[in-house]
Write a protein that binds this ligand. Structure first.
Ligand code: UDP
Length: 331
């Protein structure tokens, strides 16, 4: 089976590429390397350095490689940046998806698994979050992902493109070998930033606000291991094959950890002191996001392998020790 992975050079995309290849799929990658790294792409994949907004070239890739299914990761994903530059997010995420769907329709590729986000739910005082809750994003990033989901709904009705949107909570950790992992430049995500302290790259970690309505005042998130996340994508792709009907699912661990709890777990894993500085809240951050993934478990048959946050942090620690400077595109 031939699978196109957009954004296959990014953190999540590169894990999908490797795991798909390990499972025997033929994988084609499109990535413009704006935030991803060529070194993160498994060398067994066929790589196109291409922007998903380049309609004619995307049609060509789909046709030339006889693509059966698309897994779509190519998007910007930083909440803070999306609040400062919302139009940058609409341009890449929403318009990029529009072009991709157009290309799929023209190339007669009718199945797509798509990376959505828990941010579509916004700041809800409800825990855990189920798929029945209303979507009310509280940041521009979540709003663009919701717009992408809605676009897929109408593309299904009009062109019969079937989609499964997967609403991720906080994706974390690295492939068990430590070959690939989370590497952004600049880094904004909690676990890699925490690990920069034991790596000697920063002296302390800033905690964005300790006056939230949570037990220790810091934000609570649901951290899901990257390998578990990717296994859900593969199950979703198989479900589309089998049922040919569109749907959406939450993907999370169902457990919530505060920022301070994550830092404490990282201290245990790395055996380093990790000093904390309490700073201002970050714009757009909801206090608490915890998933119910029962729907994915029931309907996709999804079973998680990683249930301990220290194992998730441990896998990230392994990657960062092997790649102290992360990836870069210079060689
Ligand atoms: N966070 C923090 N300090 C940092 C980076 C993140 O306190 O240097 C907090 C952030 O406010 C949020 C949580 O850690 O509550 C997870 O943030 P991240 O950016 O990793 O993921 P997000 O929840 O935005 O998807």
């Amino acid at each position: 089976m031939n699978v196109l992975v957009t954004g296959g050079a990014g953190y999540i995309g590169s894990h999908a590429v490797k795991i798909l290849i390990e499972q025997g799929y033929n994988v084609v990658v499109i990535d413009n390397l704006s935030t991803g790294y060529k070194d993160a792409i498994d060398s067994r994949a066929k790589f196109y350095n291409l922007d998903i907004r380049d309609l004619d070239k995307v049609i060509d890739v789909l046709k030339t490689n006889k693509i059966d299914s698309v897994i779509h990761f190519a998007a910007f994903s930083l909440v803070g940046e999306s609040m400062e530059k919302p139009l940058k997010y609409y341009e890449n995420n929403v318009y990029g998806t529009k072009v991709l769907l157009d290309a799929m329709n023209q190339a007669n590729v009718k199945k797509i698994v798509f990376s959505s986000t828990a941010a579509v739910y916004g700041d809800k005082d409800i825990s855990p979050i189920t798929e029945e809750l209303e979507e009310t994003p509280s940041n521009a990033y979540g709003e663009t992902k919701l717009a992408m989901e809605k676009m897929m709904k109408w593309a299904d009705i009009a062109y019969g493109i079937k989609y499964i949107a997967l609403r991720y909570f906080n994706v974390a950790g690295a492939y068990f070998t430590g070959e690939i992992g989370e590497s952004h430049n600049p880094e904004t995500h909690l676990i890699p930033i925490i690990l920069q302290v034991p790596l000697g790259k920063r002296k302390s970690i800033s905690v964005y606000g300790n006056d939230y309505d949570t037990p220790d005042g810091t934000c609570i998130r649901d951290y899901i291991h990257i390998e578990d996340l990717i296994s859900a994508h593969i199950l979703a792709m198989k479900k589309l094959e089998k049922d040919n009907s569109s749907n959406f699912y939450n993907l999370g661990s169902g457990m919530g950890f505060s920022v301070l709890e994550m830092i404490e777990a990282a201290r245990v894993v790395t055996k380093h002191k990790i000093p904390v500085i309490i700073s201002e809240r970050r714009l757009g951050d909801p206090a608490r996001l915890i998933a119910s993934s029962l729907k994915a478990e029931k309907e996709l048959g999804w079973v998680k392998k990683y249930t301990e946050v220290k194992d998730i942090i441990g896998s990230a620690w392994k990657f960062h020790q092997l790649h102290k400077d992360g990836f870069n595109n210079e060689n």
